[in-house]
Every structure is written in structure tokens, then in C-alpha cells.
Write a protein that binds this ligand. Structure first.
Ligand code: PEP
Ligand code: MG
Length: 532
């Protein structure tokens, strides 16, 4: 990852946010994803930093082309943080001193105003936001010294290291860093692409099963193709695919934005009208007349979906239970892809993972759909593949009744982002308002979303592992929250007997080293005990 080269440069730190994704980025400020693509797209190639109050799935095309991301809100597991770590891209999140005014296209900090086109530099390792254009030092990923070092460390390691990767490109990258499988493929990220998101939205906007199924049918081949790519990249290694998890409103415009746009339309001049049509093109708007019907319809659906606490709401397995056709489509895409690549000689081990389980009945409900679809596909294609159906442990209740859940779940993976959120009762997206004071006052030592809270959340991980294995002694157990790439958390996972940790591709090397150190450290202690 690049680093800032500060030698000989004047460094004016404007603000400090969270070091959400390491590395450095230098570029011109842009305030929207479209502006990022316009400037940084192939023909112009201008380095840009996408500055947002917070990012959403709608920003993904801008995040893809930006050198780095800066947000004024959000924590270590906010959308910006998680997505950029997956991309190996620098991100400073939750820089609360910065006032981002997306409408006025400016950011204000320390009495200064920065506009689109102004240069800033980000240090994702320390969280610093720096005025102006610093130089960067590029890394050398194939450094022979590093390779030699890993060759020494790896033989000590007994715990596997997988990667969190959602698309074939990231899976290939993960293999290059030595990942031994995928521990979390977030399938919603497969819907972000420009061709896919309109169908995803059509599926969400559908108010009946028939229309929902029609939209899902369009998504099926795209999802199948993505899975084929991921399976091929992971030939011979397991791939854990999670069924749809995020609250559906994340794919729609924000309620407040829609209200403003509806009001704006009434008095808009020709230019504003044109820009509104273009904004709602993905929802089917071709002309201003379409907007008059479309926007109130969208608002009404967004209001139906609106939740006061979306993180505790209609998400995870709750989506697949209320809309079983979503799980059905995803299972079909997984098994059709698996059978297709197996035919070409690829060794494929899909593990279908059901998120946010609180009771064994939820697990049984979703596992029944997955197993039925698997059977159907295998019969249709005249071929079978080995697979598992398991769950994420993300709720304290699931950890408590892990013994019951293991009756239905063939593996566990700790989603410690949500498990931390639900154990502490801290919102993972808003915690940054509280954390700096808590850390400064010595109330807590470190951000529990970055470093696993072994004393609290760790107890749940340990207990659920023990209880799960009491029911199913060979239960495969891993972790796929952001802690899976953090050294002290990796060491804890080793001590707790987890089979693997999974982290973003760019943290795989760190996790491999931490897992090797944990095993070597234990061996040293045992050897020392023997010689006493
Ligand atoms: C988790 O909750 O730890 C997890 C990996 O899932 P997500 O971050 O997508 O909620
Ligand atoms: Mg989760």
C-alpha cells in the first residue's frame, strides 16, 4: 500500500478521523460518485478523493475510481470503512471536525473552506487529513524479502487464513496474498454494479411476489456469473457465500433527499429538471412527466421500508424469511455456478451462510430452502457438488443458544462487527461520536470494532464455539468480522480453537503472520514448561 512521503513537505493536518483503511491517497476533492467517475474515469484519469458525510451502496462506482475516501461520519465498520478495506483503498472515516456540505459542494474545517478540485492528502494509517498535495511512496508487493519472511513464518501456522472478497477480481487478489479460501462473500456487493442495481431496485420496489420474482430472474444470471468467477479464482478452496444481509432501503434514495427533490421539481428550471431526470434514470425516469409519478411512488415505498433502527430491523435472515424467493434465487445461482465450474474441472466447495440468526428455527427455515434448491439444481444438471449450510453468529442470543443452532448449522462464522454492536449496544455507524471521549477518559482502552473485546465479546465467541462443538464435534468455526485481520484478535481466535480467520485481501499477510506468531508463541511456552 502506498505511504505518504512527508520529507521536505509542509504538513498541515486539517483533521483527524479514524484510520479506517490503511495506505495513503492524494487527490482532488469530489463530492459525488458521478463526479469521481467523470474526473477519474479512463479518459481523464485525475486522482480524486471522494468526500462524503457517509457513503452508501449508491457510491460504489465513485469509490472504485477514487484514490481514497474521506467521510465525516461513521465508524470502523461503517460502509466506507468495510468497502475500502475490501478494495485495499485508503479511507479516513468519521472525521467529525469536517463539515461536509454536499449540496454546496464544499467542506469546511478549521475556518477554511475547500471546494471540488482542491487537493488533499489522506493518511489511512493514522487517520490524518492533510491540506494539499503530498508525494506518495509505492509499495512493492512481490518484495522477495517479504516472501522469504513469510516462508519462515508460515510453517508455524495451524489456523487457516481466508479472505473477505465479493467479486472475482478481489478473490484473485486474495489468492495472490495467500488466502486459503473465502470466509465471507457479501452477495449484496454483487448488486452494486451499474447493470445490476436497477434490477435490485425493481425487486425492492415490487409490492407482490410475482414482480419480485420477475426482477430476481433478471438478477440470477448475473449473480451466477459472479459466483462462477469467484469459484474459479478459489479453485480447490472453500468459498463461504452469505445470503442477502443489508436492509433494503440502503439500495433506495434517502427519504429526506426524495422529499427535497419532490419539492424542488415543482419550481425547477429546465436545467434542474434535466438533472433530476438523470438522477432517477435508474428507477425508470425518461422525462419530467415520469418523475411526477415516480418520485411520490418511490417515497411511499421508502416510507414503507423506513425503520427507526435499521441495524436491528428487516435485515439478515429476516429478509430471506419474509421474501423466501430471494434466498431461493441466491441458492440457485450458487449451485448452478458450482455445478458449471465443477464440470470444467474446478474443485468447488460452497458454504452457504445465513446471517443474523437468533433462533434455530430461522436457521432451519433458510437451510430447508437452500437444501431444496440444491437438490433441484443437482437433479436438473445431473451432477452434485459437496456443500455446507451454516450461519453467522452475530447476536448474543445466537451465542447463548449455539448448542441448539449447531443442530441445524454445519458451520459457524463469527460476525464480530454485528456481535460487537449488539453486545455493547453501540451503533457501528455512529460510535465515533462517543469513542474519542471514552478512550480519552480511559473508560475503554480501544475501539472494540477494530480490536476484539476479548473480555466481553470474546467470552461469547468462546462460549458459542464450545457449545456448538458439544452438539457437533467437528463444527468448522471461523470469524469474518473486521477483527479477523487484527493481530491481537487473530491471536485470540487461535487460542479459542477457531479453524480460520477471514479478513480483507490486503490484511491476509498480517493475519498469516499473526496466526503463525500465535502458534509459535504457544510452542515456546510449552517447550519452556517441559524444560522446567
Ligand atoms: C459482521 O457483522 O461481522 C459481518 C462480517 O457482517 P457485516 O459487516 O456485513 O454486517
Ligand atoms: Mg453482520
Amino acid at each position: 500500500m502506498p505511504r505518504l512521503d512527508e520529507k521536505g513537505s509542509k504538513v498541515e493536518v486539517l483533521a483527524k478521523g479514524l484510520p479506517a483503511s490503511p495506505g495513503a491517497a492524494v487527490g482532488q476533492i469530489v463530492f459525488t460518485a458521478d463526479e469521481a467517475v467523470e474526473k477519474a474515469g479512463l479518459d481523464r484519469n485525475i486522482p480524486v478523493i471522494l468526500v462524503r458525510a457517509e457513503t452508501t451502496p449508491e457510491d460504489i462506482h465513485g469509490m472504485e475510481v477514487a484514490k481514497g475516501i474521506l467521510t465525516s461520519r461513521g465508524g470502523m465498520t461503517s460502509h466506507a470503512a468495510v468497502v475500502t478495506r475490501g478494495m485495499g483503498k485508503c479511507c479516513v472515516a468519521g472525521a467529525g471536525d469536517i463539515d461536509v456540505d454536499e449540496k454546496a459542494r464544499e467542506m469546511r474545517v478549521k475556518g477554511q473552506t475547500f471546494r471540488a478540485g482542491d487537493w488533499i492528502s489522506l493518511d489511512g494509517t493514522t487517520g490524518r487529513v492533510i491540506k494539499g498535495k503530498l508525494n506518495t511512496l509505492d509499495p512493492s508487493p512481490d518484495d522477495p524479502e517479504l516472501e522469504k519472511f513469510m516462508d519462515w513464518a508460515d510453517p508455524y501456522r495451524t489456523m487457516k487464513v481466508r479472505a473477505n472478497a465479493d467479486i472475482p477480481r478481489d478473490a484473485i487478489q486474495a489468492r495472490a496474498f495467500g488466502a486459503e479460501g473465502i470466509g465471507l462473500c457479501r452477495t449484496e456487493h454483487m448488486f452494486f454494479g451499474e447493470q445490476k442495481i436497477p434490477h435490485m431496485r425493481a425487486m425492492i420496489l415490487a409490492d407482490n411476489e410475482k414482480d419480485r420474482r420477475a426482477a430476481l430472474k433478471k438478477l440470477l444470471p448475473m449473480q451466477r456469473k459472479d459466483f462462477e468467477g469467484v469459484f474459479k479464482a478459489m479453485d480447490g478452496f472453500p468459498v463461504t457465500i452469505r445470503t442477502l444481509d443489508p436492509p433494503l432501503h440502503e439500495f433506495l434514495p434517502r427519504r429526506e433527499d426524495l422529499m427535497v427533490d419532490i419539492a424542488t421539481l415543482q419550481y425547477a428550471d429546465a436545467k434542474e429538471k434535466k438533472s433530476l431526470v438523470s438522477k432517477y434514470r435508474d428507477y425508470g425516469a425518461k422525462a419530467v412527466t415520469d418523475l411526477k409519478k415516480l418520485m411520490p411512488m418511490l417515497l411511499s415505498r421508502v416510507e414503507q421500508l423506513h425503520e427507526f433502527n435499521p441495524m436491528l430491523g428487516h435485515r439478515g435472515c429476516r429478509l430471506g424469511i419474509t421474501y423466501p424467493e430471494i434466498t431461493e434465487m441466491q441458492a440457485r445461482a450458487i449451485f448452478e455456478a458450482a455445478v458449471a465450474v465443477a464440470k470444467d474441472g474446478v474443485k468447488v466447495y460452497p458454504e452457504v451462510m445465513i446471517p443474523l440468526i437468533a433462533t434455530v428455527n430461522e436457521m432451519a427455515n433458510q437451510a430447508a430452502i437452500v437444501n431444496r434448491v440444491a437438490k433441484e439444481v443437482f437433479k436438473e444438471k445431473g451432477r452434485t457438488v459437496e456443500y455446507l449450510v451454516g450461519t453467522m453468529i452475530e447476536l448474543p442470543r445466537a451465542a447463548l443458544i449455539a448448542g441448539e443452532i449447531a443442530k441445524e448449522a454445519e458451520f459457524f462464522s463469527f460476525g464480530t462487527n454485528d456481535l460487537t454492536q449488539t453486545t455493547w449496544g453501540f451503533s457501528r455507524d455512529d460510535v465515533n461520536k462517543i469513542l474519542p471521549t471514552y478512550i480519552a477518559e480511559g473508560i475503554i482502552k480501544q475501539d472494540p470494532f477494530a480490536v476484539l473485546d476479548q473480555e466481553g465479546v470474546g467470552q461469547l465467541v468462546k462460549m458459542a464455539t464450545e457449545r456448538g462443538r458439544k452438539t457437533r464435534p467437528n463444527l468448522k468455526v471461523g470469524i469474518c468480522g473486521e477483527h479477523g485481520g487484527e493481530p491481537s484478535s487473530v491471536e485470540f481466535c487461535y487460542r479459542t480453537g477457531l479453524n480460520y480467520v477471514s479478513c480483507s485481501p490486503f490484511r491476509v499477510l498480517t493475519a498469516r503472520l499473526a496466526a503463525a506468531q500465535a502458534a509459535a508463541g504457544e510452542k515456546l511456552q510449552i517447550d519452556a514448561g517441559r524444560t522446567k
